[in-house]
Design a protein around this ligand. Structure first.
Ligand SMILES: Nc1ncnc2c1ncn2[C@@H]1O[C@H](COP(=O)(O)OP(=O)(O)OP(=O)(O)O)[C@@H](O)[C@H]1O
Ligand SMILES: [Mg+2]
Length: 222
């Protein structure tokens, strides 16, 4: 489902090249749940962004569900993201002046669904994520943990085949973290492929996790 072949990524700043990932090869099968662990700055978010086609590798190939997302023009990679991927961003990337409900609905707006269908889908994922009671609130009035739950609901509204979660429990207390883990386990049972970047030890001993991959300084440790 997710294949990376000899992927490297460097960021260019001025005349400096900052290496973030070096020669990463990784296969995540359909329906697998893989945890990506590693210290801050090791390249976890960069790796997830490459898989989502949000940035291109400097070298190598990234394939998602058989398509080489790393070579597609932006409007094609955006369509793959919209149809197949739920991305829970580390920094949420919510639209601050919109309500919870509006934020959760945004990924489906290009699909031109009737408003009542959009609202019904949004309500279902908001319930699932325990944030439905704040539906009308502007997201900039919410706590960090509440914003995180909005970000999770938004990632699930398109019924994704793949969920990429970047530190999804960073702002949740233990009870909410466990509730999120239960949700992720349910997604796995439904056949969703999960890749979770985290340092949260709660993820390191879970029955639903098939594989833990460790990354240090942009390289996978075997
Ligand atoms: N847009 C960018 N421009 C320049 N350097 C970047 C950029 N994005 C990431 N980096 C660098 O790439 C390296 C990997 O960053 P990344 O955010 O992937 O790490 P991470 O493992 O997700 O860290 P954290 O656990 O703190 O979220 C870091 O050294 C970072 O400074
Ligand atoms: Mg990160």
């Amino acid at each position: 489902m997710i294949v990376l072949e000899a992927v490297s990524k460097s960021f260019i700043q001025g005349d400096e090249s900052i290496p973030a990932l070096a020669n990463i090869s990784l296969h995540v099968k359909r329906g697998e749940c893989v945890v990506l662990k590693g210290p801050s700055g090791s390249g976890k978010s960069t790796l997830l962004s490459l898989i989502a086609g949000l940035m291109q590798p400097s070298q190598g190939e990234v394939r998602v569900d058989g398509k080489e997302i790393s070579k597609l023009p932006e409007h094609f990679s955006a369509a793959i993201r919209r149809q197949k991927i739920g991305f829970i961003f580390q920094k949420y990337h919510l639209i601050v002046h919109l309500s919870v409900l509006e934020n959760v609905m945004t990924p489906l707006i290009p699909e031109n669904l009737p408003l009542h269908v959009l609202e019904m889908k949004a309500k279902a994922v908001m319930e699932q994520c325990g944030i439905a009671h704040k539906a009308k609130m502007r997201v900039n009035r919410l706590s960090g943990g509440e914003q995180q739950r909005v970000a999770i609901a938004r990632a699930l509204i398109n019924d994704p085949l793949i969920v990429l979660a970047d530190e999804p429990t960073a702002n949740l207390d233990e009870k909410l973290s466990r509730a999120l883990i239960d949700e992720l386990a349910i997604l796995k049972e439904k056949g969703v492929t999960l890749l979770i970047a985290t340092h949260d030890p709660l993820f390191f001993d879970l029955g639903c996790v098939d594989k833990i991959i460790e990354i240090h300084n942009g390289e996978i440790i075997v």
